[in-house]
Design a binder for this molecule. Sequence first.
Ligand code: FES
Length: 388
Amino acid sequence: MKFKRQIFGFMDMLRFKKMVPTRRKMLAEGPNTPLPKEYRTNVLAKKLHPGYMQVELTAARFLTDTIRELTFKRIDTSEFPFFRAGQYVSLQMKIGDSLVSRPYSIVSTPRQALANELVLAVENAGFVSGYLNKTAKVGDRFVMTEPSGEFHYETLRDSHHIVCIAGGSGITPFMSMAGSLADGDESYSMTLFYGARTAAQLAYKAELDALVARCKELEVVYVLSDEEQPGCEKGFVSVELMKKYTDLTNSTFFLCGPQAMYDFIEKELTSLNLPQKAVHHDAACCSDLSMEHPGNFKLTVHMRDEVYVIPAKANETLLTAMERAGLNAPNKCRAGVCGFCHSKWLSGSYRVAEDRDGRREADRKFGFIHPCVTYPLEDMEIDVPPAY
Ligand code: FES
């Protein structure tokens, strides 16, 4: 290839000398209109990433005897941001003196978000989910984070065919993925294996059957462990069972359900010698450690100009201690993955939950922690940015 060489000569000097007057002239000739108050790019970015949203519960119904569906609308504006099917939101509320939040996978589709509707389904398990399942009522207001998370289809990374495996309330992200596929917003083909103990514990069966009827790229197989039912497989979601329905060799797997299901399926999948990128599982919240006599410590929390000294138990995460004390500490995934709770460690030893240390090397080196997966081993002091 030939390049034209230009020597730095008299003409260049002349151009350089004229640069400032030329610019002044161009500025003087420019229109007098004031700069826009907001640029379209910023408006769009704010729409897609609002940070926190004010929402109201507009409808609630039980899907099974333990799973309750909750529908929300935004009250700070008229639509939810468009999101990737499979993502989650974190819902924050005050229960007694505690300021608590939990992440829940979104059931509804991205299109519904634009019609100001976002649906979650919550199982009656634990302090916050139990409250949402039993006590929350239509008209109640909450703070919700923007949709987040990496549990979604990625064209460049994933195979065209995806095999989704749901256990119990783990059906939620797949409802959004199946709905989005039927809406024509996704490009994959999907085989969903949905396991439950009995047919009565299958949430959304009618809705899934309706989606299958209108989308030829979607297949759903119901698998019941405790009873025989027409139209359902009996047993567990094993590789042998999955092979009856689909080719597993050229697929990407998405798993969502209880830990026991992950342990079982991941063992089953070893026979397929899949690359690591071919299996995704939804992150579960970091739970309390089981200890007979957990120690009680003092946690000193610096938050902007305030300093709080609060109790912290050895078997609970620092985030749980802060929530119990009513402190507004930032968090989203509660699984050590998103980095949203990123805080500065000041003193005191701690342990990080097994296989949950999602910190970058630099964070570890310079003393940053994720309170959502960190347990105190003695009195501790940390610096936490307030959530909002
Ligand atoms: S809340 Fe996501 S890493 Fe702590």
